[in-house]
Design a protein around this ligand. Sequence first.
Ligand code: MG
Length: 451
Amino acid sequence: MRKKKLFGTCGIRGPVDEAVTPELIYDLGLGLSTYIGSGEVVLARDPRLTGEMLKHAATAGLLAGGCDVIDIGLAPTPCLSFTTRDLDADAGIMITASHNPPMDNGIKFHNPDGMEYLPDQELDLEEIYFEKRYRKAHWNGVGSVEEYDNAIPKYLSAVIDSVNVEPGIKVVVDCASGAASLATPYLLRELGCEVITLNSNPDGHFPAHSPEPQPWHLEDLRQAVVDLDADVGFAHDGDGDRVVAIDERGVFLKHDTFIASFAKRAAKHHRGGTIVTSVNTSVSIEEVVKEAGGEIARTSLGNLPAAHLGHNAVYAGEPGKSIFPDFSRWMDGIYTAAKFLEIMSSENKKPSQITSEVPSYPMHRENFACPNKYKVDFMRKMRSHLEENITQIRNITDIDGFRINRENGSWVLIRTSGTEPKARMTIEGRTEEEAEELYKTVKKGVKKFLG
Ligand code: MG
């Protein structure tokens, strides 16, 4: 089996001038044009200070290989995906490091239908890169650049046309000074919302807070929702493919509950169908989907695009990320926000009412240090430790790490990180006591095997 050396789970990302250099981006631009054999490539970037430099490096590579570039400038990743599909282009390139720190940057490749490249395609590109198998155009065959400034308006109209939101919802949105600043506030106003923006001027320094929408970065948003008596709050990551929500009381909506809300309605709407979710999400998603007549397929983390396609899913979600196949094949935080407003509006419910319909079980997530060289050994020992010490095991799945499911629906997931010297545990109990007991059992193993 081929193994990726250059690409991670979400394209290539890392510190500029270490992992991500203009030379690398040039090579990949040339590599892509070799791979697709000329054609049109849509190109966008998020507001990182190195974005302009890397965009030009990618452009040079693409032109040298004979591709034409459609430059849409600063735009969210879902808008890049949409424009690639809308203009019938042969590929899309997004220069972004998503939620990483300001000094990082990266690159992601997209198919003509807007979906990000699948692992096999990334491996093909890597092969061209490592074997330096580039095909360069002759002097009179190099590509040309066209600037296209209608990408965001067209994308927003497509979103507006595919949701049904009654005017009058009061929304606070925090775009983290990222690329969604140019889209979400405008979309919400077009949908008739009363909009209050926080950090919605693009700024590659990310001056207000990290572009990772974690609860501890969103205190201002939470406070604003409460103080201004808003109906809901949304926060994006740096490139807008992710969104999280705050309810009308200022409470951060649990990722799994957010996913369950969409999953349940997708299954109902489609009178069944498959919902794809990652291996680390709550059993509550399974429960609401089953009740709505659908079924669940679980997948490894970072694999939503391939998995939703393989299962012909009606909805796919992992923490922070959603794909709505009726609209698109890409993760779209902007569309997700609009869909949540649609639920609020069509069912006349506050976010806390929507989430209260989803069962909530105590969950515990924790990372711990696990040196790379111990990972294999640790996983083996931990597995037999848990198999011995956890009773009433229904089954064990090995999709990503291992997940032990108990008869009563509670579970333990142990995974090792693919990029860092860490292992991760996720525990969901039916009661606090059970969660606590499972936690102690796992911790015992961690202490025994990792010291
Ligand atoms: Mg992102």
